[in-house]
Design a protein around this ligand. Structure first.
Ligand code: XMP
Length: 510
C-alpha cells in the first residue's frame, strides 16, 4: 500500500504529522531524517514529508536527507525546518531570522497553489522557527507570506512544496485541509488506510511469518494492546496461538473472571488462565519496597510463563502488543534517540527462550489500536478501559502486601470505579483508583471508636501518562465515594483525595 514517509529531523511534532496523515486514511511511517534513500524507497512511498526540527541548515551537524530524495520524482512537503532544507539543498538561501517567531500568526496564502486550494487568503497558522527562507531555488515561487517572512513555497513542476508553519498542529486552523491537498491532489494517494485494510494485511503477514504449522504464545495482561494483538494473531492462525493469562493475586476485584470471560467466551481465544496468586503472595510476603515488589512480580511472571511454554513443547513465536511510539527511531539534536522500550507489562520475557517476536501492532498508535480492536469486535469495556500497571495492586498497597489488605483495596477500588462510571466520568479520566496507605487512623462509627486504615483516591487527566493533572472531581461524587467506602469496607475508616499533579508527583504512589 503506497504510503507517506516522514523524515524526522527531531521536531517535536513529528509523531503528530504521522497521526494526522493516518487520520486522513493514508499510511505513514517515520524514518530518521538522514536515512539512506534505499530505506525510504523500500517503503514504496507515494510522497515524502520533511519534518520540523530544532537545527539550522547551516549547523555542521544538522541532519539532512539523502540527496537522492530530490531526484526520485516523488512529491515532497517540507514543514518548517523541512522547508528550509528544501531551500538550502536546492540552491536557495536561508538566514537566521532577525525576529524569531513562535506561536499564532496570520499567513497570507495564495489559494491558487495546489497545496493551499480551499484555504482562505488569510489563515491562522502556528509558527515555531528561528530561520527563514531568504531567496528561493530556481523553479520555486512563494505561495504564502507571514509578515515579511515567506510562509509557503512551491515548485509545481517537480511537486516540491514547503510551509514555514505547522499544519499538523490544531492551532493551524485549516492544517488538515492542507495535508489532504498534499496527499490526495499532489501525491494522488488513495485514502485506503482503514482498520479493515490493516486487519487483512496483518492477517496475511502473520500467516507468512508463522507459516502453516508454527505455534505462538501470547501473555495477556487484560489490557487493550495485548488483547488486540492476540485477537489478530488468533484470526490468522487460530488455536495454534495459546494465550496465557496469569492471576498474580494483584488484579482488581473480579478481574480474573471478567477478563477470562471476554477473552475466551467473547473472543474465542485459546486461553490458559492460571491462578498463581498464592505463589506471588508468598514471594511478596514481608516486602514493602516498591522496586523489590516489581522485581519479584516480574521474575515470577517469567517463571510461570516459561513453565507453560515448556509444557506446550515446540513454540517458536511470542506475540507482543508493542506499539509504534515504542519503536520509532527518531532523530534528536544529539543524534538518534532510538528508544526501543522493554515491554514492561510483561517484564521483558526471557531472551533465552529464543522466541521470535510477532508484533502486529508495531505500526500503530494507541488510538488506531482501539479502532482496530473495535473492528475485531472487542467491545468498549475492554477497549476504553483505563491503563493498569503490570505489577497491579502491588504498587497501590503501600507497605506490606497481605491477602487482607488486597481485599480491602479491591473492595474500595471497586466502589470508586463504580461511582466514577455512574457519574459518567470514567472515560474522561486517564486513571482513577484507590491506594491503600500504610497508616492507621482513628475514627468514630455509631458510638464506637474505630482504628482503621486510610486510603487515598487518585484521579488524573492526562494525554499519555507522561504528565498529568489531578482531576477536579465534583464534591458530591467525592462524598459518595468516601461514604460508601467507609461504610461498606470494614477496616477502612478514612478516605483522602490526592491533589498532586505529575510532575512533581507520579500517577501511582509507588
Ligand atoms: P507513573 O506512576 O510513573 O505512571 O506516573 C505512569 C503510567 O505508567 C503506569 N505504571 C506502570 N505500568 N508497570 C507498568 O506496566 C509498572 O511498573 C508501572 N508503574 C507505573 C501507571 O499506571 C501510569 O499509567
Amino acid at each position: 500500500m503506497p504510503s507517506i514517509v516522514i523524515l524526522d529531523f527531531g521536531g517535536q511534532y513529528t509523531q503528530l504529522i504521522a497521526r494526522r496523515v493516518r487520520e486522513l486514511h493514508v499510511f505513514s511511517a517515520i524514518l530518521p531524517g538522514d536515512a539512506p534513500w534505499s530505506d525510504v524507497a523500500a517503503l514504496e512511498p507515494g510522497g515524502i514529508i520533511l519534518s520540523g526540527g530544532p537545527g539550522s541548515v547551516y549547523d555542521e551537524a544538522a541532519p539532512r536527507p539523502d540527496a537522492a530524495l530530490y531526484s526520485a520524482g516523488l512529491p515532497v512537503l517540507g514543514i518548517c525546518y523541512g522547508l528550509q532544507l528544501l531551500v538550502h539543498q536546492l540552491g536557495g538561501r536561508v538566514r537566521n531570522a532577525p525576529r524569531r517567531e513562535f506561536g499564532r500568526a496570520e499567513a497570507r496564502l495564495d489559494p491558487a497553489s495546489p497545496l493551499l486550494r480551499g484555504l482562505g487568503e488569510r489563515e491562522a497558522v502556528w509558527m515555531s522557527h528561528g530561520d527563514e527562507a531568504l531567496s528561493l531555488p530556481a523553479g520555486f515561487r512563494a505561495a504564502g507570506w507571514s509578515g515579511e517572512i515567506i510562509a509557503a513555497i512551491e515548485d509545481r513542476e517537480r511537486r516540491f512544496y514547503g510551509v514555514q508553519f505547522h499544519p499538523e498542529v490544531r492551532h493551524t486552523e485549516h492544517g488538515r485541509e492542507l495535508l489532504a491537498n498534499f496527499l490526495f491532489d499532489v501525491c494522488r494517494l488513495e485514502p485506503n488506510w482503514t482498520p479493515r485494510a490493516f486487519i487483512e494485511q496483518q492477517i496475511e503477514a502473520i500467516r507468512r511469518q508463522v507459516g502453516p504449522h508454527g505455534r505462538a504464545l501470547c501473555a495477556l495482561s487484560g489490557g487493550v494492546d495485548s488483547a488486540v494483538a492476540a485477537t489478530l494473531v488468533h484470526r490468522a492462525i487460530g488455536d495454534r496461538l495459546t494465550c496465557v493469562f496469569v492471576n498474580n493475586g494483584l488484579l482488581r476485584k473480579n478481574e480474573f473472571e471478567r477478563v477470562q470471560h471476554v477473552l475466551r467466551d467473547r473472543l474465542g481465544l485459546h486461553l490458559l488462565a492460571l491462578d498463581e496468586s498464592r505463589r506471588f503472595l508468598e514471594a511478596l510476603r514481608g516486602v514493602a519496597d516498591p522496586e523489590q515488589k516489581r522485581k519479584i512480580i516480574g521474575r515470577l511472571f517469567i517463571e510461570v510463563f516459561e513453565e507453560q511454554a515448556a509444557k506446550l513443547g515446540s513454540v517458536e513465536f511470542l506475540v507482543q502488543g508493542t506499539l509504534y511510539p515504542d519503536v520509532i527511531e527518531s532523530v534528536s539534536v544529539q543524534g538518534p534517540s532510538a528508544t526501543i522500550k522493554s515491554h514492561h507489562n510483561v517484564g521483558g520475557l526471557p531472551e533465552k527462550m529464543r522466541l521470535k517476536l510477532v508484533e502486529p501492532l508495531r505500526d500503530l498508535f494507541k488510538d488506531e489500536v482501539r479502532h482496530v480492536g473495535r473492528d475485531l469486535g472487542l467491545g468498549d469495556d475492554l477497549l476504553l478501559r483505563q491503563p493498569f500497571p503490570g505489577p497491579g495492586l502491588a504498587v497501590r498497597i503501600l507497605g506490606e502486601i497481605t491477602p487482607e489488605r488486597i481485599r480491602l483495596l479491591q473492595d474500595a477500588d471497586d466502589i470508586a470505579v463504580e461511582e466514577i462510571k455512574r457519574a459518567g466520568l470514567y472515560h474522561a479520566l486517564w486513571q482513577s483508583f484507590i491506594v491503600l496507605l500504610p497508616v492507621r487512623t482513628v475514627g468514630v462509627m455509631g458510638d464506637q471508636r474505630t482504628y482503621g486504615q486510610a486510603c487515598a483516591l487518585r484521579a488524573v487527566e492526562s494525554e499519555d501518562g507522561m504528565t498529568a493533572d489531578w482531576a477536579r472531581l465534583p464534591s458530591d461524587l467525592l462524598a459518595t465515594i468516601s461514604n460508601r467506602i467507609v461504610n461498606e469496607v470494614p477496616g477502612i475508616n478514612r478516605v483522602v483525595f490526592d491533589i498532586t499533579s505529575k510532575p512533581p508527583g507520579t500517577i501511582e504512589w509507588e
